[in-house]
Design a protein around this ligand. Structure first.
Ligand SMILES: Cc1ncc(C[n+]2csc(CCOP(=O)(O)OP(=O)(O)O)c2C)c(N)n1
Length: 267
């Protein structure tokens, strides 16, 4: 088993526990991006807990901020803050609220939650890093429902116009949003061709296949001619049988039974 697969198993356990304990929403979107985040933090991102503000670090932005539980659990497992904090998820006065928050937490670059802003901030960071001639990359994880926002497409155009070759967008294409299937709300397809026509290099990959994800990220990091997008085909609610590819997974927390099953499956 690869290091990122081992991390993903731990994250699944932590995230399901956090959501169950807090009776929090967004289970489906957390589980769809968990493998992507594991591969990024274990194999790709140059971000170290002992140098969280290093000027050469990669900048990771979770634009789909409602799935902050996954990044909080990742940072705790990577040693950015004590794991005991995960038990306070979503509680009053907790440092780790339901949406990702950079206040008082090393390792989080940007507070998000209002969808449609991560890429705009990311292109600003990328342009500034280019001026400073660093080798750092800016990696932004977006959701597919988020691609309904106009601000995202403005940032897509801006990045290619300014030839930002240090930016990688990652789309968690789980095909379901809060109230319906993305296809029925505003159909995004053919999504890859759209990004391509806006001047981006496009990769499409199975968002749960660690080997393929790693290969694609490494290729994207090497590609220095234009901005890159990796469209990840994922399953909303991946790993909880009654939630997989189901709308209910967006708002329903994992039940006690589901949580117990996950803990037993991956003991
Ligand atoms: C600007 C804005 N409008 C509405 C919301 C409420 N909201 C939270 S998640 C979500 C959509 C969920 O679907 P998607 O963006 O595809 O995320 P995922 O399926 O990956 O969880 C919405 C509309 C928000 N966070 N921001």
């Amino acid at each position: 088993m690869s290091k990122s697969q081992t991390l993903a198993i731990q994250l699944k356990k932590d995230v399901v526990n956090m959501l169950n304990r807090a009776q929090a929403s967004h289970t489906g979107g957390c589980l769809s991006c968990l493998d992507i985040v594991s591969v990024l933090y274990q194999e790709i991102l140059n971000i170290k807990p002992n140098k969280p503000k290093s000027p050469n670090r990669d900048r990771f932005i979770l634009s789909k901020g409602h799935t902050g539980a996954v990044v909080f659990a990742t940072l705790a497992n990577k040693g950015f803050f004590p794991k005991s904090w995960l038990d306070t998820f979503c509680e009053n006065e907790s440092k780790i609220p339901g949406h990702i928050d950079s206040h008082g937490i090393l390792g989080v670059e940007l507070s998000t939650g209002s969808l449609g802003h991560g890429l705009s901030v990311g292109v600003g960071m990328a342009i500034s890093l280019k001026y400073r001639k660093t080798k750092a990359n800016v990696i932004i994880l977006l959701s597919d429902g988020e691609m309904n926002t106009g601000s995202t497409w403005e940032a897509v155009m801006f990045a290619s116009h300014h030839k930002l070759n240090n930016i990688i967008s990652v789309v968690d294409k789980n095909k379901i949003q809060s109230f319906g299937r993305t296809k029925e709300i505003i159909d995004l397809d053919p999504l890859g061709r759209k990004w391509k026509s806006f001047g981006w290099k496009v990769y499409e990959v199975d968002g749960h296949n660690h080997k393929k994800l790693k290969e694609t990220f490494l290729r994207a990091k090497k590609s220095r001619t234009k901005p890159v997008v990796i469209i990840c085909d994922t399953v909303k609610g991946k790993g909880i049988k009654d939630m997989e590819d189901k709308l209910i997974s967006h708002y329903r927390p994992p039940t006690d039974e589901e949580t117990k099953t996950i803990m037993e499956e991956i003991k």
